[in-house]
Design a protein around this ligand. Structure first.
Ligand SMILES: *Cc1c(COP(=O)(O)O)cnc(C)c1O
Length: 381
């Protein structure tokens, strides 16, 4: 059997929406993008939703909205995709790394305060694998030091923290619709915020700083005239991507239930093996289960994490690693970042991500479980 790490869930619904966009003759930002923003805003319950062409663009614009400046500092976790820190560097500001917790891989809120300086402007918590970070603690620290909280919600659509959905908790939230994410439009992102001023600023910046509703210029009620209010970017979503988003949003809840079903099966099957370290979701939150991270108890096994991955690959099972800690990359080493993050190192040598996506058959889930257990049994120390 061959099971890739990810398979997008595309059906006739997505195809029909895209064809509709093509037939309407409007393929860049327009009707479908506005409709997608409205549906998304309803789903999350936020006051504003602004569509962009990636979560990275969304995080960049969020930092523009709060007025990040050269020389400022922004707190980010060590274990995340590089985009979380990259956007801080765009401003010649400094990403300040904070170690993560061993069992959740979330930013360790108890280690944030010691990294705060007079230059600190914001915290970007990452809801790793779909589990919301410790938002109460983070918001309290932010309040105490007058910092903004911008959530990297690339993994967490949908996810709940103490009963509240991610997207209405911090100051600004950025979602990703990249090909492998829980709602996929190929490339795409969405920013939610309850602050109308920021939303308007982000809306203007995403399309060259042009005065609002620029796309309406070409519609019946529009005119040729426009102004440039700021130095903006080419970060708008297209209607082709929004068409995919509209179709995916309708089945988002079902797709989430599918991932929960798979995560439950893995959790149940692996819990009796001391060679495997379970990923913990805290009892007051609900994960989107974008990822299923599994850690190996290397003291109880004769093989390394990399050998384990090769073994799974030879049996046709695709895996991935989330993530190489940021300080391990050449660029960050050259900037003087050290390796002094014991929990991140501890996780990184043990962790791998198993396939988890809607449409995985029970046969496929069972095949993965049987093979993980077989590799464990054959390699006990
Ligand atoms: C995927 C991802 C991003 C970037 O999303 P894009 O839409 O590809 O820009 C940011 N942060 C995390 C944690 C991610 O996994």
């Amino acid at each position: 059997m061959q099971i890739p790490f990810h398979r997008p869930y595309i059906t006739e619904d997505e195809i029909n929406e895209v064809v509709d966009s093509l037939k309407k003759g409007w393929i860049t930002m327009g009707y479908k993008t506005v409709e997608f923003e409205n549906r998304f805003k309803e789903y999350i319950g936020s006051k504003n939703a602004v569509a962009v062409n990636s979560c990275t663009a969304g995080l960049h614009l969020a930092l523009r909205a709060i007025g990040l400046k050269e020389g400022d500092e922004v707190i980010v976790p060590t274990i995340t995709f590089v985009a979380t820190a990259e956007v801080v560097n765009y401003f010649k500001a400094k990403p300040v790394l904070v170690d993560v917790e061993k069992d959740t891989h979330l930013i360790d809120a108890s280690k944030i305060e010691e990294k705060i300086t007079p230059k600190t402007k914001a915290i970007i918590p990452v809801h790793y694998s779909g589990q919301p970070a410790d938002m109460d603690e983070i918001l309290e620290i932010a309040k105490k030091y007058n910092l903004f909280v911008i959530e990297d919600a690339a993994h967490s659509l949908p996810a709940w923290y103490k009963g509240r959905i991610v997207g209405i908790i911090g100051d600004i939230t950025a979602f990703s619709f990249y090909a492998t994410k829980t709602l996929a439009t190929g490339e795409g992102g969405m920013i939610t915020t309850d602050n109308d001023e920021w939303a308007e600023k982000i809306r203007i910046l995403r399309l060259h700083g042009i005065s609002k509703d620029a796309w309406k210029r070409y519609s019946k009620e529009g005119s040729w005239e426009y102004d440039v209010l700021d130095n903006g970017y080419k970060y708008n979503m297209t209607d082709i991507n929004a068409a995919l988003g509209l179709a995916q949003l309708k089945k988002l809840h079902w797709m989430w239930e599918e991932r929960v079903r798979i995560a439950d099966a893995y959790n149940h099957a692996f819990k009796e093996y001391e060679e495997l370290i379970p990923y913990i979701v805290k009892s007051d939150r609900v994960s989107s289960w974008h990822l299923y991270p599994l850690k190996l108890n290397l003291e109880a096994l004769k093989i390394s994490r990399n050998q384990f991955i090769e073994e799974l690959k030879s049996r046709g099972i695709g895996t991935s690693i989330h993530f190489i800690p940021l300080y391990r990359f050449s660029y960050y080493k050259d900037q003087g970042y050290d390796k002094n993050y014991p929990n991140s190192e501890w996780i990184f040598e043990k962790v791998l991500s198993l396939p988890i996506f809607p449409g995985m058959t029970q046969q496929e889930v069972n095949y993965i479980i049987e093979n993980v257990i077989d590799i464990v049994n054959k390699n006990k120390r």
